[in-house]
Design a protein around this ligand. Structure first.
Ligand SMILES: *[C@@H]1O[C@H](CO)[C@@H](O)[C@H](O)[C@H]1NC(C)=O
Ligand SMILES: *[C@@H]1O[C@H](CO)[C@@H](O)[C@H](O)[C@H]1NC(C)=O
Ligand SMILES: *[C@@H]1O[C@H](CO)[C@@H](O)[C@H](O)[C@H]1NC(C)=O
Ligand SMILES: *[C@@H]1O[C@H](CO)[C@@H](O)[C@H](O)[C@H]1NC(C)=O
Ligand SMILES: *[C@@H]1O[C@H](CO)[C@@H](O)[C@H](O)[C@H]1NC(C)=O
Ligand SMILES: *[C@@H]1O[C@H](CO)[C@@H](O)[C@H](O)[C@H]1NC(C)=O
Length: 327
């Protein structure tokens, strides 16, 4: 092949080949369908101004809804997390002489409910059941999502002369894809995707994970344990004395009540993190294991450790885990 032809081939391959780069959502955030955005949920009802301040502390803003697709995504994400579908959440829209988004996006798309907005100097709240918007006093306390930009790593360098089994060259505009489905959180240390759901007993938690092609999470290191504490406690109101409000179910179970615990995802039991008095007896009853994700005043020293409890026990949260997609 002549030098000229090689050079030509190089440019053709360089500009035409498809490639992908993975996004990095910060720990504890949810990947968006738009892979350049990550979302972090705050359950504690907060006024609009303090909510926006909290978001800027995360290098983000209150979530903006700039087209119908994003609007449905926000509503679906909220519905999957917030049990009360009558709930409203803050969006980042507010009015002074016109409506603006706190992240500076143009306020062109709107999804106001009938008769809305019916006040000036208000802020924008979304009813999660309908995805319609209502103008509300900015002093009202509502839960909210922050929208945080994903960091997009630089695509790797490539050799266009490698044959077809080698890594393809990046295009000038990489197609950004997440290794996890939207609303799942990627953790690069374990190459797995995680999602937090709420308010079920252990058995129902595991079956909902299975419906999502996942299992209740297994835990294999202190890093993964700490990551899950951060993920499952994210944004929730902590009631320091309310025991079930500090816990998340994980996939460990003593199936036969004989002291032999195993992970529902079939991975080996190679790490344990029981709190001081656990496991509680009798194991024939207290078969199910959870992780304490908030500091609990009435149980000092148990934060970030595991406990076991019985079948009817409903924890505030449960965490599903599945392998990330590989590229
Ligand atoms: C909307 O209001 C903001 C803040 O009051 C102002 O900076 C902006 O110029 C206004 N935009 C339009 C289109 O009037
Ligand atoms: C605005 O609409 C809401 C919801 O329909 C209603 O509860 C509220 O009273 C209305 N406020 C005004 C000032 O009309
Ligand atoms: C919001 O609260 C501030 C201070 O508490 C008060 O001055 C203001 O009038 C309130 N605004 C509304 C719309 O209720
Ligand atoms: C293509 O790459 C594979 C794997 O590296 C190698 O086995 C094969 O011989 C290469 N083919 C050519 C034509 O270079
Ligand atoms: C995981 O991501 C973090 C932050 O982006 C990075 O510092 C770390 O090196 C990554 N670890 C692995 C094993 O890829
Ligand atoms: C677990 O929850 C499901 C539905 O939420 C319920 O049907 C089932 O009876 C509960 N199991 C126990 C042992 O409480």
């Amino acid at each position: 092949m002549s030098q000229m032809l090689r050079l030509l081939l190089f440019y053709i391959l360089f500009f035409l080949d498809k490639s992908s780069a993975t996004t990095n959502c910060p720990t504890g955030t949810i990947a968006g369908t738009d892979a350049t955005k990550c979302y972090k949920y705050y359950m504690a009802p907060t006024n609009f101004y303090d909510a926006e301040t909290q978001c800027t502390l995360n290098a983000g803003h209150l979530v903006s809804s700039t087209n119908g697709f994003i609007n449905s995504f926000i509503a679906d994400m909220a519905k999957s997390i917030i049990p009360d579908t009558n709930a409203q959440i803050w969006l980042g829209g507010s009015y002074s002489s016109n409506w603006t988004w706190t992240d500076g996006q143009p306020f062109t798309y709107t999804h106001w409910a009938k008769g809305q907005p019916n006040m000036t100097n208000g802020c924008t709240a979304m009813q999660i059941s309908s995805s319609y918007w209502y103008s509300q006093s900015c002093n009202l306390s509502l839960p909210y999502f922050c929208e945080i930009p994903a960091s997009v790593p630089v695509a790797p360098t490539c050799n266009p002369f490698q044959n077809s089994t080698s890594i393809p060259c990046p295009t000038s505009k990489p197609i950004v894809v997440s290794p996890c489905e939207s609303t799942w959180t990627f953790y690069n240390i374990t190459n797995a995707c995680y999602k937090v759901f709420h308010s079920q007993n252990w058995t129902t938690s595991e079956s909902i994970c299975v419906q999502n092609n996942a299992h209740l999470t297994s835990i294999h290191s202190l890093e993964e344990n700490s990551f899950l504490v951060e993920l499952a406690s994210s944004g929730n109101t902590i009631d320091p004395n309310n025991w079930p409000y500090s816990e998340a179910w994980i996939g460990l179970i003593d199936l036969n009540g004989d002291g032999i615990f195993s992970w529902t995802d079939g991975t080996p039991l190679d790490y344990i993190k029981w709190g001081p008095p656990w496991p509680a007896l009798p194991l024939s009853v207290h078969k199910y294991v959870g992780l304490i994700v908030d500091p609990v005043n009435s149980h000092p020293g148990y934060f970030q450790t595991w406990f076991n409890w019985d079948a009817p026990g409903v924890c505030r949260a449960y965490i599903c885990k599945k392998l990330a997609k590989n590229f």
